[in-house]
Write a protein that binds this ligand. Sequence first.
Ligand code: HEC
Length: 254
Amino acid sequence: MSTFLLKSILSLVLLLPTAVCMFTMFEMFGRGDRKNNIETLRRLHRTAGVFYLTVFAVVTFYCLKFIVVTKTELSVRAAVHGTFSLAVLVLLAVKVLYIRIYKQFYSQAKVFGLLIAFFTFGAVGISAGHYLLVSEFGTDMSYDRLIQYREDAGKRRKTETRKPSVGAAPEAIAGGKNIFEDKCRTCHNTEDTETLVGPGLKGILMRRELPVSKLPATPENIKRQLRRPLGRMPSFDYLTEEEMDNIIAYLNTL
Ligand code: HEC
């Protein structure tokens, strides 16, 4: 099951405690003669409220996580959804304050209850409702793939920017090229990935992993190969840090 389907189902679940809270509120305050025991109604109202908040927190977590990962600008629909959800939080907080502390406002709490129900219905309708429609009630996954792609792209972007940066100054690249021609070229091709003595290094830093060790293709791991090489490659431990950085700046242009 995709995260979106799960999130949509959870959002729909929110409608249940909303309905229970509305029902208990109307029963408590709406009738001239109460049919049900007020204590039972109150307890039911409170339990449903706590359940509502728990589900609300879980759904919010998934929504925020998606925004953090994709760094997406909100669509109009998502923005309205977010506004409704934030309104629910504020209304709920004020309503609890009215009931517990600022009791002079007690009578307004009912209006707040209605508004919370209204905003919940709106928020669920434009998110879960929209999702269930475009996914044809969870049977068509093409929308999920699109969302998943955006999420993956977001994660990829993050790991890429986390790679230590590679120098790009022309002097560094030229210096690196000199060292490379002098010390590495006899064993490594730069035009392709064919093995001469060691593997060809074309596009080495664009790759996901290094050809032999299969470690991630990062400057750090290339330096590790220079200091403590695998296999029959001689060690270049005597090179300075700067010389190694220059070699990497050059390798980055291949
Ligand atoms: C005498 C030949 C030789 C020279 C000179 C040499 N290498 Fe290598 N290099 C190799 C061989 C052989 C391997 C593959 C090691 C293996 O098969 O275990 C290798 C592997 C590598 C790898 C891949 C490491 C991995 O983790 O997959 C890189 C990167 C590399 N060399 C860079 C360099 C650089 C930069 C220089 C120059 C400073 C250099 N090599 C000089 C022979 C050489």
